[in-house]
Design a protein around this ligand. Structure first.
Ligand SMILES: [Zn+2]
Length: 44
């Protein structure tokens, strides 16, 4: 299943690739990814 990055338009083939992208390209804390389900950038 294709994973769509919640913070940009990129798509990834699996969850681990998306996680790496979030960490390296968006500076997301990988430990947060384990707890939360990729919180959207700005939905407030
Ligand atoms: Zn992204």
């Amino acid at each position: 299943m294709v994973r769509h990055c919640p913070r940009c338009e990129l798509r990834f083939r699996d969850d681990s690739e998306l996680k790496q992208h979030l960490v390296f390209d968006h500076g997301v804390d990988p430990e947060k990814l384990e707890r939360d389900q990729y919180p959207p950038a700005d939905t407030r």
